[in-house]
Structures are given as structure tokens and as C-alpha cells.
Design a protein around this ligand. Sequence first.
Ligand code: HSE
Length: 368
Amino acid sequence: MLKVGFIGWRGMVGSVLLQRMREESDFDGLESHFFSTSNAGGAPPPEAHHKTLLDAHDIETLKRFDVLVSCQGGDYTKRVFAPLRRDGWSGYWIDAASTLRMEKDAVLLLDPVNRPVIEAGLRDGVKSYIGSNCTVSCMLMGLAGLFQHDMVEWMTTMTYQAASGAGAAKMLELVKQMGRLAGKADATPGASTDALLAEQLVTAEQRHPDFPVAEIGAPLAGSLLAWIDSEVPGGQTREEWKGEAETNKIMGTKRTIPVDGICVRIGTMRCHSQGVCVKLRRDVPLDDIEGILRASNPWVRVIPNTKEATLKCLTPAAVSGTLNVPVGRVHKLRMGPEYLGAFTVGDQLLWGAAEPLRRFLGMLRDRS
Ligand code: HSE
């Protein structure tokens, strides 16, 4: 039986991973052990084979595992991965963090769209399998059909990214910000019937020195932030840089397909959305495009380009907590018949984080 160690299972991505594994009875057929970076000896979840938490910094213990699954974050990966490999550990390392993504002996996980790339990795003896950037994963779950049919000359991506992508503390601060804004308007006579008064109160509250911004760094509720992650040369942010780097690595493209745009944080909880402009390599009728998108994987939902369907199905409110990836607003842009517009929404914690890891662990279990 495959002996699997879980690290970082209590955090947000780890919790969603465990929840999904329970829903799918994935623990059957695995010998599961749980690690902690701070509470070794404490109580593990009920699925644990070993009835106490193991020490996540103990390389000798980690080395005894066939598979290690880390949702602990990049700093932990930096600290233990190299020593483990240096010590000769040749097990499978499955990681949600970005640290190892661009290593040449690492494969990016998004099996509904890149299963051949993953299977080639397994055949070639690759042992590091890394979850991809959440925005790129959610976008490709919706649009991979276009890449699989070699239809994309280039693509722009304008993102609308949820607070969850920045971490649990940011989500909680966003809710606090929302509460402060609504509370101020609720408590002021006349603000429920006077929109300009409500706006003045909201804006003043956002600018108030006591407004809670310790985590996010700026008001996000009732606002947006056009910067995600650190700066890289050339004017992009690292999040924007990942668009091209990871899309091409996930899909295993032969030539680099240019992908670029502006990544924006908005005040949603856990769904990332993208408005894209695709320059097609040839003019393809819309019906054919929709058929290609629909056939790409069982979770993609092509939403009719109508107001009613868009408002009902193509929103974070409709998608949160589900595996559906709606793609809508699909239409040819005014620039010409080779320019396609579309909009995608995906759950950042599911397809953007936990689900590809869970599914790859299942692939390993089925092979063992
Ligand atoms: N970097 C992403 C974000 C999350 O900030 O939304 C994980 O890929």
C-alpha cells in the first residue's frame, strides 16, 4: 500500500484537499500519515495510520515515505526538499507551492488538460509534481480546447482574482472590511435612500486610518488592486509572468505561445475569473469553437452569450465550492474574425489548488 505523508493539511488548501479526499473516499487504499511543523506528537485526523503527528522537519522520517504531499507553502519546500533529495530520497513529491514549478525535472499538474504530459513524466521517472498557478489552472480548465487544437497564436488575460489566492488571513480581512463599510452606511440616517451619501460614507471609511488593512495592505472591499505578487523585470508582476510560463509548461507546447495581461485582485472570496482576448491562428466558426471548448473536459460549461445565462451561471457566486468551470461571453471581437473574446470563472481552492493534487495522488495510488 502506498505510504503517503501529508504536510500542511490544516491550512486552507490542505483542508480543501482533505475534504475532497474524504468526499471521494481517496484515503481507501492509502497508508496515510500526517506531519506538523509545530505540533509533532499532537493528534492527527482520523484517517491517520500513525496515531500522532510526525515532525515535518525530520528528514529521516520524511525519507520513509513513497509520496509526500505538501500544502505547507514555499518556505517549507525550500527548507526540506533539497536535503531530502540530497539524502537520496526518490519518492514522489507533490506540492501546492510555486517554488519548484519551473524546475526542468518538475511536471505541472492539471490532468484534465495535460494528462499526456503527466503520463510522459511518470514514464520518464520524474518524481516532482507541482500544482500550477491558480489563475492559469482555472483559465486552462475552461480554454484548454483551444490550445489542444493548436488554435492560439497569442492571448491576453485580464484577471479578477479572489482574496483566497492571497491566503486565509486576507479573506478574513476582506469580510471585516465589508462589514465596516456596510455597518457605516447602515448606521447613518438617510444612507439607505441616498446613494451619494452612502458613497461618501463608504469612501470616507475606506480612507479612515482605522480601516482594517493590516493583511491586504489597502482597501479591497468596494475597491480593487491592480497588483498581485512581486515585480519582475519588464513591467510585469510575477503573477502576470506566470501566465505565459505556466500555460506553456502545463500544455507542453512546442513553441512558446505569448500570454500576457494585467492581474487584478478583487473582493470575491474564492473564485478567480479571467476576461481573455485570443488571437486565433485561423478563422474558426463560433459553433466549432464552442464544440471544442465543450469537449475539452467534463467540467467545462459553455454558457450561452446572453445576459440571463451570464448573470445566472458565469459568476463567482454561482461557481464557488463547485468544480464547474463556466466559459461564457464567447464571441468574435470587433478587431476581426480571428479575435475571440471569452470569460472564465473557476474555484481557486478546487481546480486552482487542491483538486489537481488530489487527482494525481489517485493516479499514483491506481498505479501502485
Ligand atoms: N498567486 C495566486 C493569487 C494564488 O495570488 O491569487 C495561487 O496561485
